[in-house]
Write a protein that binds this ligand. Structure first.
Ligand SMILES: O=C[C@H](O)[C@H](O)COP(=O)(O)O
Ligand SMILES: C=C(OP(=O)(O)O)C(=O)O
Length: 495
């Protein structure tokens, strides 16, 4: 039996909860773990970091059983289509916008919050596709983004009590109270139900026929006077295509945009319970099921279209990588500033030995300064090895600061700087920037500092700070990021 390399805890029956940050950068030899036969539960043979310790193992097992009998949240046919779109993004023929809450909560769930995130994403997409001329692949951090990895095992309450850190509503309550932080397996069922309700609403919203004017109005509202010119240019372009006899609003891509869901595959009992063996669906323009005949069967995680492995849990010889290597979905891999090229090649080999296009999105989160130095060696190594990846930029996670009064925030300037640096490094290396990954909400929260349309000051952070974990960009700040990305893509296409 293998023990956790970090804390020495046995892998079973209690997974290791040690919070490590970040995962080893690793230039070590490829460990033997993961070479054995894969099964949805083979991760249980490996150390699993950042997992809750459930006091009642039988109650957890009963919940897992129940979830395993529930219908899938998403369908492999949809997931397969996402993979094809990601393959296009890897080649520079599309671009990914992935965004949503840091942590979804039970309390703040409402049709208004789901709709606000959906509407923001569509407004961003309209601005980005106008500016870049590229199809934008829409992925929400939504309908399953409930579990949070934490840097510390404990946190202090306002009255000076040390209690277990909040790890997300799927695990326990955020109430600042020792008893409330005991993990409760019934919360997995509630998270599943909330995800199903969110997906139901997202599918309906994607089919609802909002008019172009509604989206350009939203861009005007969120972007303020600075975006008046952009809105006028989009309206002119629409008038022109309609004068040419093309009805944008009647077009299937506009009326029924493909919208995908994602979350960190952190809580492995939940992910396992939603992993199903089904026939690999046919893709548009291809069998997708192998060479002729009946489609082959494969394992698909039906909790989301794409799931990612976080910076703290991506150790090659640990449970999360073991779980992810066996599912057929696209996989995101977060990589922070300590990541070495050798490690990146090893994890690509482990998660995508066939080098399938659209399978891996490397989500770079290095910080506004470090990205200049740390990203080029990764780009060079992956290019030299001929590996297919989609390079995405998460400019949020290494740009978190605390104000003097202890509030976690992110200056929009730093977030923008990291994203701009990401584009510049790709331009210098001749590689393809494939996407951005943002923690954001359509609600006008005051969690990140700055922004052009209605700047948030340190004093106004308290006005509407709602995040359950990390600070999110509000609608105006997130639109500003999307417009900046669209401009960089436009420059790229003109080079
Ligand atoms: O969203 C990412 C992590 O869960 C989060 O940044 C952890 O925050 P912490 O460092 O306060 O634990
Ligand atoms: C935990 C997250 O990020 P990272 O693993 O990059 O810290 C996240 O995106 O929610």
């Amino acid at each position: 039996r293998r023990h956790c390399a970090t804390c020495g805890a046995p892998p079973l029956p209690r997974p290791c909860m040690t919070a490590v940050s970040p995962a080893s950068s690793g230039s070590e030899a490829l460990p033997s773990a993961g070479d054995g036969e894969w099964a949805p539960d083979s991760w249980r043979r490996f150390p699993a970091l950042q997992q809750p310790e459930y006091p009642d193992a039988a109650a957890l097992a009963e919940v897992e059983d129940r979830l395993a009998r529930n219908p899938p949240l998403v369908f492999p046919g949809e997931t397969q289509r996402l993979k094809a779109s990601l393959a296009a993004a890897g080649r520079g023929e599309a671009f990914v916008l992935q965004g949503g809450d840091c942590a979804e909560t039970f309390e703040d769930f409402s049709s208004a919050s789901v709709e606000a995130t959906f509407r923001l994403l569509i407004a961003q997409v309209i601005a980005m596709s106008y500016l870049s001329g590229l199809p934008i692949v829409k992925i929400g951090r939504i309908a399953g983004q409930f579990a949070k990895p934490r840097s510390a095992l404990t946190e202090m309450t306002a009255d000076g009590l040390e209690i277990p850190s909040f790890r997300g509503d799927i695990i326990h309550s955020s109430d600042p109270d020792e008893a409330a932080r005991v993990p409760d397996p019934e919360r997995l069922v509630r998270a599943y139900a909330q995800s199903a309700a969110s997906l139901n609403m997202l599918r309906a919203l994607a089919k609802s026929t909002a008019t172009m004017t509604e989206w350009t109005d939203l861009i005007s509202t969120l972007g303020g006077p600075a975006q008046r010119d952009l809105v006028e240019r989009i309206e002119d372009a629409l008038q022109f295509v309609s004068a040419c006899g093309v009805a944008v609003e009647g077009n299937a891509a506009f009326r029924e945009p493909e919208f995908y869901t994602s979350h960190e595959a952190l809580l492995l009992p939940f992910e396992q319970a939603l992993t199903r063996r089904v026939a690999t669906p046919a893709t548009r323009g291809g069998s997708g099921g192998g060479s002729g005949g009946a489609p082959s069967e494969a394992w698909w995680n039906t909790s989301a279209h794409i799931v990612w492995v976080g910076e703290r849990t991506r150790q090659l010889d640990h449970a999360h990588v073991e779980f992810l290597r066996g599912i057929s979905n696209p996989i995101g891999v977060k990589v922070g500033p300590t990541t070495e090229p050798e490690y990146l090649l090893q994890i690509l080999e482990r998660l995508n030995p066939a080098n399938e296009e659209g399978r891996i999105m490397v989500i770079v989160r290095m910080g506004a300064e470090k990205v200049w130095r740390k990203l080029p060696p990764l780009l060079r190594a992956v290019t030299a090895a001929g590996k297919h990846v989609v390079w995405s930029c998460d400019p949020m996670h290494e740009n978190t600061i605390k104000t003097a009064s202890g509030v976690k925030t992110r200056p929009v300037d730093l977030v923008l700087n990291e994203m701009n640096a990401f584009f510049s490094v790709h331009a210098a290396e001749g590689t393809v920037p494939g996407g951005i990954h943002l923690e954001m909400t359509g609600l006008q929260v005051t969690e990140c500092l700055g922004g052009e349309a209605s700047p948030v000051s340190e004093q106004s952070l308290a006005d509407n700070y709602k995040s359950a974990c990390d600070p999110r960009l509000n609608g105006s700040q997130a639109l500003e990021m999307a417009i900046a990305a669209g401009k960089r893509l436009r420059e790229r296409s003109r080079r």
